[in-house]
Design a protein around this ligand. Structure first.
Ligand code: ATP
Ligand code: MG
Length: 564
């Protein structure tokens, strides 16, 4: 590709509304342009990067027996009504009506269509297992599209689905996908963690996320440097150190105007770890429930939802008063007439809790003695807490979710009647798995992990081009001929080259080369006439080698590999 004839609109200025580094650099390097909130155009360089990622994904999917298909984006509502997700998914789903008034939606994912297809095409155990995949557009009306292509409302997803006769076979298919995903992200040059995760709206028997560490990430994972335990904080268990409890009897203490944990502990002169936060929630099915966590802890609402088996919302202040007889900040478990669920950290100890009386707290309160409750892991794991497997201190990392895999089980095959006949002629539901990767997120995560002040530093495997040939003297026939011949011989050798043949100052060309981040730069300039050489330089290390034009093809892989 010749820059003089290309659509590679680089920008000097940092776009004002772009915060994430990948967003800024992908705009500046001319990879993408935003059409509307969370809706992007991929320009030629962006398209080439996506193509690279998709090619890697296809190879690894094919290697585990994946068969590529294409399922429609536009889908009838009936399938989603059958699975129950027409109701359970809220504003994230784009819904529309066709000209006959039939409800339709734009696919956010394709479990329903896969189950529909399996219900028609799979007859017997002899047809199983199957691995189907596609690289297809997804539409999700995300609440907060942001950070450029990291979270968009329309995006490409590689989604694959496994169909198995039983859970033992699903385990095998799942393991094959898990290792294929590792190969994909390894080949993409990403640093990533594989963590346990909450299956959320997918439901099912278990799931893992593939997380690329980056400050731009929206997720957090707890990682144990000791034993390798890693889990999304939505799920991660941190074992807190227990405080020492004073041997105070149960008594009511006046705490005028002290409504927060900090105020109560300051007033009583105690460690905040001796206090309990009492938070009233309302479950969508079973109404009010009081959740308790230690004063210095933060409740994780997803954990509460899992513990209760239903969605919840925080109670309004008037609901708190109605059910507990006092305002937020003075409430507690003793005498409460609502079900109580307490964090595991509160199992033993003598705590300071709200007295359900304005301006008072109780001290010396114990679970099981002064109030009844059930226990669950409710608090958000924090750095320094003990690993649930080995006890070593956990660290918390910010990450970008690049892939997610789910053991679905029969959640979709039962309602959509995707069944098969087993060896005994018995009808059984197909056991499904579902697996997703967002190629654009992979690209953005790669930029987040590999850049410097001057621009992107692409790994070879994802780079839109391998070599950026900079022709300095565009009116110098010798330089022009050399650049042209280097450009052609690189392509002939299977190395993808970009030729900067624009009528621009050298400084502009060098800046653009750094910004685009192609792994190797070849400068054809004055050194050609003077010493008969061109300069071959690594974008990552900036190590440079001077070679004769005829040596460039041989030098490029060596310079890219860091051998100078
Ligand atoms: P998130 O929690 O970030 O919203 P998700 O759990 O909804 O992601 P999945 O439904 O599992 O994501 O989708 C599979 C993959 O598709 C994700 O791992 C991610 O790489 C990609 N992806 C999901 N949502 C988006 C989006 N809005 N924009 C770009 N890529 C996305
Ligand atoms: Mg999502």
């Amino acid at each position: 590709m010749r820059l003089s004839k290309s659509l590679i609109p680089t920008l000097r200025e940092v776009p004002a509304d772009a915060e994430a580094i990948s967003h800024r650099l992908m705009l500046r390097a001319g990879l993408v342009r935003q059409l509307a909130a969370g809706i992007y155009v991929y320009l030629p360089l962006g398209q080439r990067v996506l193509d690279k990622i998709n090619a890697i994904i296809r190879e690894e999917m094919n290697a585990i027996g994946g068969q590529e298909i294409t399922m429609p984006v536009l889908q009838p509502a009936e399938l989603w009504q059958q699975s129950g997700r027409w109701e359970s998914i809220g504003g994230e789903m784009f819904r529309l009506k066709d000209r006959n008034g039939r409800d339709m939606c734009l696919g956010m994912t394709h479990e329903e269509v896969v189950a529909w297809l399996a219900a028609r095409e799979i007859r017997s155990y002899r047809d199983l297992p199957q691995v189907w995949y596609q690289i297809q557009t997804k539409e999700r009306d995300e609440a907060r599209p942001r950070s450029g292509v990291l979270r968009t409302r329309e995006f490409l997803m590689k989604d694959s689905y496994t169909l198995d006769p039983d859970t033992a076979a699903l385990e095998k298919s799942y393991a094959a996908h898990k290792s294929a995903y590792c190969k994909i992200f390894d080949r993409c040059g990403l640093r990533y963690l594989v963590v346990e995760s909450d299956p959320g709206m997918m439901g099912g028997l278990g799931s893992h996320e593939f997380m690329a560490p980056s400050a731009a990430g929206e997720d957090e994972v707890a990682v144990c440097p000791g034993c390798g335990y890693a889990a999304n904080v939505e799920l991660a268990r941190g074992i807190p150190t227990a405080p020492t409890f004073p041997a105070s009897p149960r008594e009511e203490v006046a705490t005028p105007n002290a409504k927060t944990i900090a105020a109560v502990s300051a007033l009583l002169g105690i460690d905040p770890r001796l206090t309990v936060k009492s938070l009233l929630y309302v479950g969508v099915k079973s109404g009010p429930v009081l959740a308790l966590v230690r004063g210095d802890h933060t409740i994780h609402e997803r954990k509460l939802v899992r513990a209760l088996g239903e969605e919840v919302r925080p109670a309004h202040p008037d609901e708190v008063r109605e059910h507990l007889g006092a305002g937020v900040g003075s409430v507690g478990p003793v005498g409460a007439k609502v079900p109580i669920v307490a964090d595991d950290a509160l199992k033993t100890g003598r705590w300071v809790v709200g007295a359900n009386r304005e301006g008072y707290h109780l001290r010396g309160v114990s679970a099981g003695v002064d109030f009844e409750c059930r226990f669950a892991d409710l608090h958000t794991a924090t750095a320094g807490e003990g690993c649930p497997q080995c006890g070593a201190p956990l660290t918390i990392e910010r990450v970008i979710e690049v892939g997610n895999i789910f053991k679905l089980g029969t959640k979709y095959s039962v309602p959509l009647r995707a069944v098969f006949l087993d060896e005994a002629g018995q009808e059984r539901p197909i056991v499904m798995g579902s697996y997703g990767i967002g190629p654009a997120r992979v690209a953005a995560a790669a930029v987040e992990q590999s850049h410097d002040a001057d621009g992107i530093i692409w790994p070879w495997a994802l780079a839109p081009f391998h070599v950026h040939v900079v022709l300095v003297g565009i009116r110098d026939p010798d330089q022009e001929a050399a650049a042209e011949s280097i450009y052609r011989s690189l392509w002939a050798a299977g190395i993808e080259a970009l030729l900067d043949d624009r009528d621009e100052r050298p400084g502009v060309k060098f800046k653009d080369a750094d910004l685009l981040g192609v792994p190797v730069r070849v400068v054809v300039g004055n050194a050609l006439a003077k010493d008969g050489v061109v300069e071959v330089r690594s974008r990552a290390t900036r190590v440079e080698r001077r070679v004769a034009p005829g040596e460039v093809v041989r030098a490029v892989p060596e310079v890219a590999a860091g051998r100078s």
